[in-house]
Write a protein that binds this ligand. Structure first.
Ligand code: KG4
Ligand code: ZN
Length: 386
């Protein structure tokens, strides 16, 4: 008898008690699908979390004229792109060996999520394959432990302090004992959101993070200083707040130059200095709670993920911090910082390994996270397989 055969069958989590055959917990060759926002992505991982193929279709150009994501355009794009990406993957690696389908079920744009979840459910159902719905955040949380160099995915250590910074999140989480507990939050804008809003105000286009990051490399990061936000509530001492910084930077930019900038490709040096100072300040503030959190929670590793984890200054300074403090810092490959299907496939594998499956006939997408403070309404940890 194999180990797998000895294990109990998994269970359906989306509809407890549903009569649907599910395999026991084991390793599965997994197809991952991500459509929660403006990237359509498909990935194939072997049972050890090795990336066999992954493809992504960015919609940035379609949304750029609107300086933000237009939900209807996003959903239509996913619908067109998904079958094409799947065909593209099948040209490299045959899909008949797929044993599990993992898909993002939320949070995100509901039209986009519906395209992904319906597609994945139908694909799995037609082939009698097990299905796993994954929370988008769960995907970001596992992304630092996946490689794009042909290596198997790394097992997350028993305790990880994980910074998730994207267009929708800015929080440290403690991953330990099968739960992801948020340790702080942003009081206003998410870190990626301030990059996007600042870039929009300056006429630098969308998304703002990559362009500001690139331009900031040529600026003086000490040229401007910004006052740190004061959060009066003592329980929020480690919380973030970025909206004041965004407003102050926009005001300075308006004093320095005519906005929108006449030539966004070559902003004046004063604007480059301002962007470098802005980026340095965001990173200062993101790293500010780190020492206290490490002191309190003593994690084995510190990880960062989400679109803003592509930021060059954040990556450099986190790595330096790790060397100085003697703490291992784990960052995802830059290609896996923004939304992708590799992280969804991997998070799905971990769920399947814990025996948690969903019914392809009834998987529901959710636009907003149905959980708070790391637990669902019944107090159960939301990411039990992490
Ligand atoms: O994780 P992600 O692709 O989508 C969400 O889940 O939100 O993150 C997108 C965000 C955008 O706000 C984008 O401007 C930001 O990540 N971003 C960056 C960089 N690359 C992407 N922010 C700062 N520096 C970057 N290099
Ligand atoms: Zn994301």
């Amino acid at each position: 008898m194999t180990d797998d055969a000895a294990r109990p069958p998994g269970r359906i989590v989306s509809e407890p008690g549903a009569r649907f055959p599910v395999p026991g917990p084991r390793s599965f060759r997994t197809l991952g699908i991500e459509t929660s926002c403006d990237e359509t992505a498909v990935a194939l991982l072997d049972g050890d979390g090795r990336v066999l193929a992954h493809l992504l279709s960015s919609q940035a150009a379609a949304h750029a004229p609107y300086l933000g994501v237009v939900p209807e355009i996003a959903a239509r794009h996913h619908l067109e792109a998904l079958p094409l990406l799947l065909d593209g993957i099948a040209r490299d690696v045959p899909l008949d060996g797929v044993e599990l389908v993992a898909v993002t079920r939320g949070p995100g744009l509901i039209g986009s999520l519906l395209v992904g979840t319906c597609f994945a459910s139908a694909w799995a159902w037609a082939r009698s394959l097990p299905l796993v719905g994954v929370d988008h955040l769960e995907g970001h949380l596992v992304s630092p432990f996946v490689s794009l160099d042909g290596e198997p995915a790394r097992e997350a250590p028993a305790s990880t302090l994980a910074l998730v910074v994207s267009g929708g999140h800015s929080s440290y989480f403690l991953l330990a004992g099968g739960a992801a507990r948020p340790l702080n939050r942003t009081r206003d804008d998410a870190a990626g959101e301030v990059f996007d809003k600042l870039a929009a105000a300056l006429g630098l286009g969308y998304p703002g993070g990559p362009v500001i990051d690139r331009l900031a490399e040529d600026g003086d990061r000490r040229a401007f200083e910004f006052a740190a936000p004061r959060i009066k509530d003592p329980s929020g001492a480690l919380d973030f707040s970025f909206s004041g910084l965004k407003t102050a930077t926009m005001r300075r930019a308006a004093e320095l130059a005519e906005l929108p900038l006449a030539d966004p490709g070559r902003p004046p040096q004063a604007i480059l200095d301002l962007l470098a100072s802005f980026r340095r300040t965001v990173v200062d503030w993101l790293l500010a709670p780190l020492d206290a959190l490490v002191e309190t929670h003593r994690p084995q590793v510190v990880a960062a993920s989400g679109g803003v984890a592509a930021n060059r200054e954040l990556r450099r300074r986190l790595a330096e911090w790790g060397v100085v403090r003697g703490v291992e810092v784990v960052l995802p490959p830059v290609a896996l910082t923004t939304d992708n299907a590799v992280m969804i496939a991997r998070a799905g594998q971990l769920r399947a390994r814990a025996g948690l499956f969903d019914d392809p006939r009834s998987l529901r997408a959710y636009p907003r996270a149905p959980w708070k403070a790391g637990a669902d309404r019944k107090g159960r940890p939301v990411f039990p397989s992490l």
